[in-house]
Design a protein around this ligand. Structure first.
Ligand code: FAD
Length: 394
């Protein structure tokens, strides 16, 4: 089978690896528009369950990913000058550059052709049995067949910037800073021994009120370094190619395949960065598509099976991402709580019930549910039903 993967991000590279492992006689090329070693973003988070799946699908790349990742076991929240720690919030981080380097090296080693600085358009798309659009949220190939795929994009209200720093956080770190124009907050996590990621977010009025939208990059970084001096410990923030202030775009598609063209990763769906799942979902898409292509000899059946299974699997992540984005959009509702309660509800932000129950009451209910099995079951039962009813009304 001749396979053309458009996009050398995690989705495209990992699919190439899995298909080549499945059948070394496949002729697979990954076309990436950027030069090798250059990409956007800093570190990405993931959880143990992904690592286990990666070990099952390709132990060699999984081992390299594990060895290049850092791990934390706690969460910490800074609200004004108060600090709350919570044990048990274990996670992993890896630099996006390093992850892509590992996947590219592995793909090459298996005999996949990698063509960098090779931008694919519908006009220069090579002939193939299977064309994989792994070209990210702005996918050119998907846009070309927009009416077939039925893409829908919802833009979040808040704005964010994806930054790096040489400050190495020892935990997943949240910091909320109050300004004269509203709150600005940061999620920080380490991704190697010398660096961390900082994603900084605020409401549109705060962005314009502070003039962040009108400043040059150096000016913006200076303002943010002052706001988060406490957690940065005097270290600088770095912007680079990722230093814009977009609003997050949540993408869904009615269908994920058309003829021999199939959508993978961010080209098919996006989930708000505050749940740190986009890369994991992209890699799992690749696993699912590789499975479907192994299990079905006819391409249409394989692509249909992939779409069917994967759409169902990602529903809960999509819902968690929407609720998480909403939690931050409603920050004023929670930020006045005592910090340990605010932090507890931050951990509960995927709950469909939370937006509709007074935060103090929810906190009390949640605490009680932690102690009483019967209440826990009641809360589980009430959650989806109550939220569904309220969604219908709103
Ligand atoms: C602020 C922020 C923080 C995030 N943090 C996390 C996190 O902590 N954990 C996590 O799991 N995910 C995180 N994500 C999400 C994650 O970055 C994406 O979901 C993931 O990169 C998707 O992988 P992909 O391969 O589908 O797309 P991409 O990584 O976007 O790769 C697409 C590739 O296609 C290339 N391309 C595009 N068009 C063409 C073309 N026409 N021809 C050739 N090449 C082309 C691009 O250059 C790019 O290399 C975050 C996202 C944001 C915005």
């Amino acid at each position: 089978m001749k396979v053309v993967c458009v996009g050398g991000g995690p989705a495209g590279l990992y699919l190439a690896i899995l298909l080549k492992r499945q059948n070394p006689s496949h002729d697979i090329t990954v076309h990436e528009r950027n030069p090798e070693g250059s990409t956007y973003g800093w570190g990405v988070t993931y959880w143990r369950a992904l690592l286990d799946r990666l070990h099952t699908y390709d132990p060699e790349s999984a081992q390299a990913i594990e060895e290049s990742s850092v791990r934390w076991t706690q969460g910490v929240a800074h609200v004004r000058d108060q600090v709350t720690r919570q044990p048990g919030d274990a996670g992993h981080g890896i630099g996006r550059h390093r992850l892509l380097e590992i996947l590219a090296e592995r793909a090459r080693g298996l005999g996949v052709r990698l063509e960098f600085e090779d931008e694919i358009t519908p006009e220069n798309l090579p002939e193939a049995d299977l064309v994989v659009a792994a070209d990210g949220i702005h996918s050119t190939l998907r846009t070309h067949h927009a009416d077939r795929f039925g893409a829908e994009v919802t833009e979040g209200r808040n704005h964010y910037v994806w930054l790096g720093t040489t400050q190495v956080f020892d935990s997943f770190t949240f910091a909320f800073a109050e300004t004269g124009h509203g709150w600005v907050w940061c999620y920080g996590y380490p991704y190697d021994d010398g660096h961390s990621t900082c994603v900084i977010e605020c409401a549109p009025d705060t962005l314009t009120g502070l003039g962040l939208d009108a400043m040059d990059e150096a000016g913006r970084l200076t303002v943010l370094e002052k706001l988060f001096a406490g957690i940065l410990d005097g270290r600088p923030l770095t912007g680079g190619a990722s230093a814009a202030w977009p609003a997050f775009r949540t993408l869904t598609n009615r269908t994920w395949h058309h003829g021999n063209l199939v959508l993978l990763g961010d080209a098919a769906h996006t989930t708000h960065y505050s749940i740190g799942a986009g890369t994991t979902l992209a890699l799992e898409d690749a696993m699912c598509l590789a499975d479907a292509l192994r299990e079905h000899t006819a391409l249409p059946q394989a692509l249909a099976a992939y779409e069917h299974r994967r759409k169902a699997e990602i529903v809960s992540a999509q819902s968690a991402a929407r609720l998480s984005a909403q939690w931050y959009e409603n920050l004023p509702r929670y930020i006045g709580l005592p910090p340990h309660r605010m932090f507890a509800l931050l951990g509960q932000r995927h709950s469909p019930l939370l937006p509709y129950v007074p935060p103090q009451l929810y906190y009390g209910l949640d605490k009680a549910a932690g102690r009483l099995e019967v209440l826990r079951r009641f809360k589980r039962w009430l959650g989806p039903r109550a939220a569904r009813a309220l969604h219908v009304r709103s």
